[in-house]
Design a protein around this ligand. Structure first.
Ligand code: NAP
Length: 497
């Protein structure tokens, strides 16, 4: 019997009114059911929004430093349960323990950072143009925030959204990905234990089309923070705009690493292996294109194929495993369909290109680390997000061409260049069209206190992480205090009086 999980609405763990359930399974051992979850409906969302709306009345009045204290306590609890959560996360989404521990650690870092913002949340004041008058502007919460998250960072991404939303004084209705509902439930249990008042956090499990959509359509949800695919993000943006919601979208990527002819090739090699095949390539910041200067192409490819062919696949709970499975069968099929597209487009398959099978690998959705050489910028495998362990290699003759090729997709999340030429490095920082650029680092590995997000089709201009995310979760309130004892008029021509 698998463990049975529930929704958390208005401070109670409850079943869905629909009576339906769905299973959360281990992608490395598909027979293993991690848990059974409520397949909720619009009715459950309505209840959750009602609870969040009621709780907002009092939560917004709790002093921000106290709200921060609760988030700090939640971060303490994450520290205490880090190993337990990491193991659960590996079971439900497959990435290796080192990475799931890192995912929890990102949540911890986000919590400790967000807690300190409870004592900042800076406003901006300016002098008045009139005597005996004071002008203030400060932040106030927005209201009820909908949070819809993907499966690839089951703890980090929800905390990126929920912790700053709470510290800012908002209440939350949270719908996690159907592939990773157990980790999400742990987070909500921890917030409950940390002392969050009734109704401030609510979790409603279920499908995106039903539960996610009901949150986005809801007239009483004021803001939506979504991370996921560009296709779904665009749809949510349209639907959410009908009720004039504030919407933050963190979407897909087609990130590239450039390796110039002057680069430290050993470092560049470690970076691309980690960036392309870590998390089985299932990171929004994964290195999905490698742009090689022609002078080092042949040597670097030899080094790369040699190392990539030795990567150890398997159940992420086992020691020494470096690459876990794809999240589910559909995702593995999608990855393979792109491999077929690459072949048909004339790219040269130099490694992998098929499901990884044999022994315990047959139990899950494993796919061999795959590399295409001879990829040209117009090929679909050079511009579309694959979200799996597939690397497309393009060759260039110059730095300028490398940057042009890197910029030649509709996405703009992460990017990297390996060079020891300081002038090239600075030109790259300026000219690369991406929200994040690494100099001599892999495309993956954001830090919790820095702005995170992308340009072009990767998002709609908001940022997660650090101080920038608080701009999304707060409204500006401007207050004029007139202590002159007269009715002084601004926006009237008083200059000559
Ligand atoms: P997804 O299919 O777009 O799903 C994301 C979330 O949206 C899930 O909770 C999903 O629910 C829900 N959803 C799906 N359809 C919906 C609809 N019609 N209305 C409302 N909600 C809906 O993405 P994914 O496969 O989980 O994640 C992979 C994608 O996320 C990749 O494109 C990746 O690049 C992107 N990503 C971006 C970032 C970033 O920060 N830029 C970070 C991580 C991932 P179900 O799970 O129930 O379908």
């Amino acid at each position: 019997m698998s463990e049975k999980f529930q929704n958390y609405i208005n401070g109670q763990w409850v079943d869905t009114k629909s009576g339906r359930t769905f299973e959360d399974r281990n992608p490395a051992r598909w027979d293993e059911v991690v848990g059974t979850f409520p397949k909720s409906s619009k009715e459950d969302v309505d209840e959750a929004v009602k609870a969040a709306r009621a709780a907002f009345k009092t939560w917004r009045l709790v002093p921000a430093p106290k709200r921060g204290d609760i988030v700090r306590k939640a971060a303490d609890l994450l520290v205490a349960r880090k190993e337990e959560i990491a193991r659960l996360m590996t079971r439900e989404m497959g990435k290796v323990l080192l990475e799931t521990r890192g995912d929890v650690q990102e949540g911890i870092d986000t919590g400790y950072y967000a807690a300190t913002e409870g004592r900042r949340l800076f406003g901006m004041n300016a002098p008045s143009e009139l005597p005996n008058k004071m002008n203030l502007s400060f932040r106030v919460p927005i209201g009820v925030v909908g949070v819809v998250t993907p499966w690839n960072f089951p703890m980090a991404i929800p905390t990126w959204k929920i912790f700053p939303a709470l510290v800012s004084g908002n209440t939350v209705v949270f719908k996690p990905a159907s592939d990773t509902p157990a980790t999400a439930t742990m987070l909500v249990k921890i917030l409950e234990e940390a002392g969050l008042p009734t109704g401030v956090i609510n979790i409603v499990h279920g499908g995106g089309g039903e539960v996610g959509n009901a949150i986005v359509e809801h007239t009483d949800v004021d803001a939506l923070s979504f991370t996921g695919s560009t296709v779904v993000g665009k749809k949510l943006s349209e639907v959410g705009s009908r009720t004039l919601k504030r919407i933050s979208l963190e979407l897909g990527g087609k990130n590239a690493q450039i390796v110039m002819d002057d680069a430290n090739l050993d470092l560049a090699l470690d970076a691309v292996l980690w960036g392309a095949f870590g998390t089985t390539g299932q990171r929004c910041t994964a290195t999905s294109r490698l742009i090689l200067h022609e002078k080092i192409h042949d040597m670097f490819m030899k080094m790369l194929i040699n190392r990539a062919s030795k990567l150890r696949l398997g159940d992420g709970l086992l020691p020494d495993v470096e690459v876990g499975p794809c999240i589910n069968e559909g995702q593995r099929e999608r990855v393979h369909s792109y491999v077929e597209i690459g072949r048909q487009e004339g790219a040269k398959l130099v490694l992998g290109g098929e499901a990884a099978t044999g022994g315990d690998l047959d139990l899950g959705w494993f796919y061999k680390p795959t590399i295409f050489d001879g990829v040209t910028p117009a090929m679909r495998i050079a511009v579309e997000e694959i979200f799996g362990p597939v690397l497309s290699v393009l060759t260039v003759k110059s730095f300028e061409e490398a940057v042009d090729v890197l910029n030649g997709t509709s996405y703009g999340l992460s990017s990297s260049i390996f060079t020891q030429d300081v002038n090239r490095a600075f030109r790259a920082m300026r000219d690369i069209e991406a929200g994040i650029t690494y100099i001599n680092g892999a495309t993956i590995g954001a830090e919790a206190h820095m702005p995170f997000g992308g340009v072009k089709q990767t998002g709609n201009g908001h940022r997660e992480g650090g101080w920038t995310v608080f701009d999304f979760y707060t409204e500006w309130k401007t207050v004029y205090v007139d202590f002159s004892g007269k009715l002084q008029k601004a926006q009237i021509d008083t200059y000559n009086q």
